[in-house]
Design a protein around this ligand. Sequence first.
Ligand code: MSP
Length: 520
Amino acid sequence: MAASPSVPSYYVTTPIYYVNDKPHIGHAYTTLACDVLARFLRLDGTQVHFLTGTDEHGQKVEKSAAAAGIDPKAFTDKVSQNFRDLAGRMNYTNDDFIRTTEPRHYAACQALWTRLMDKGEIYLGAYEGWYAIRDEAFYAESELIETPNGKKAPTGADVEWVTEPSYFFRLSNWGDKLLAFYDANPDFIAPRSRRNEVISFVKGGLQDLSVSRTSFSWGVPVPGDDRHIMYVWFDALTNYLSAIGYPDETNQAFKDFWPASLHMVGKDILRFHAVFWPAFLLAADLPPPKRVFAHGWWTNEGQKISKSLGNVIDPLVLIDTYGLDPVRYFLLREVSFGNDGDFSHAQMVKRINTDLANDLGNLAQRVLSMIGKNCGGIVPTPGPFTEADAEMLDAAAALHAGVREQFLEQAFHRALESIWDVVVAANRYVDQQAPWTLRKTDFARMETVLYVLAEVVRQVALILQAVMPASAEKLLDQVAVPADRRSFADFTTRLAPGTALPAPQGVFPRWVAAEEGAIS
Ligand code: MSP
């Protein structure tokens, strides 16, 4: 029976990525989490809008382009393409890809700016203070660290003293209103520990924010005063509105999808999304997004990832080494989503061999080859279900609602854990029911057991379409689920007895030692 979707529409966004660099594991991770959620919700009947893109303005990009000896537009065209290519290779299903150099984005930034200006929320002043180009962020003197090489930002970035005319946003007026907003919307910032950090930052007092620069030109001009270009974060955050047609608030996409359901971000950029962004929006009389989730950072074999250490993990190398679906699985299974995590070759191999090959791969292979050998490759007709059968089927059936809830809380690791609980339970059920013995003692009972197991494989594969789409598709092909019966509307539509199954094939190969050491 087709249930109506629990969430009618859902707008999920990734940060837009700086184009001064090649995509790395951090970028791949943020977008992957959004992709899994978007895929799940689409299968669930939700109208989804999944946005990613590139953040192409600012001094950092201007400098990188100059260093490459090309103009910033040609530079960003080239580097932005790397992120689109990554989307293809990672099998992401983003509905749109926004670039901040597009006319639709300029229109949105300038409209939002004008609205804030008209409301008296932006005023012209002069900026004097510390600026870190690498972070594209201003820092107070008190935040800086003294090092033998001079003052540095808390992130370690170089800072420079900047004195220039600047427009300011009256952020200092918004502290209490933000606190009231957080209070009224307890799920706005997740995970909880991060929420507390943001609240104490706001309680510490907010100063007006410099939102324009005059010392470089690669950005969106301030309407009516084009000596100034907009602060890159003002520009970047507005992408979430530009992509759905703002400033045309009658645009269908805007009506369907604003406020955004979820901005997924890394922990380093939470403040911009959970403080500045809702303040801009509240000041412009636009509703803030419903939720901002800050995930943690990956290290590589225990070490901080950095270009200078030369240990940046290239997602394309990972895919070439381990295969796409195992990488997608690993990244979301290995670490509690929200915490920091470590990438290690040994752990990756362990997950491939244990979870994928032994647990799931073996389950499917055992069940399907028994059906192949003993039932002529035809889905058997079950007899009455015993308590153990019903328990097994109920556990699999509960995955739909359970995983939905976990995904909507961005508890990806817990969702995968609960799916694997069912897989492990199914392997235990095979051992307990021993269909190979039943074959000789009670053939009809063996047919029932194999039917139950094929059903479990079907339901697990349906859910896994969100995480490992290509592998789940192969599993669903093997239990002959028609292409139009693969959405969650058909979650409870059981396999039809009498259906012919194709010859079983392994879906999750083991990692074999000969290939080890391929990743450095
Ligand atoms: N352009 C800004 C975002 C603007 S959004 C309106 C930006 N870009 S970024 O390319 O530097 O970073 C994008 C994302 O990658 C961030 O969410 C960041 O947390 C994430 N990661 C960068 N390194 C990472 C790891 N080592 N591990 C996990 N994610 C990390 O910030």
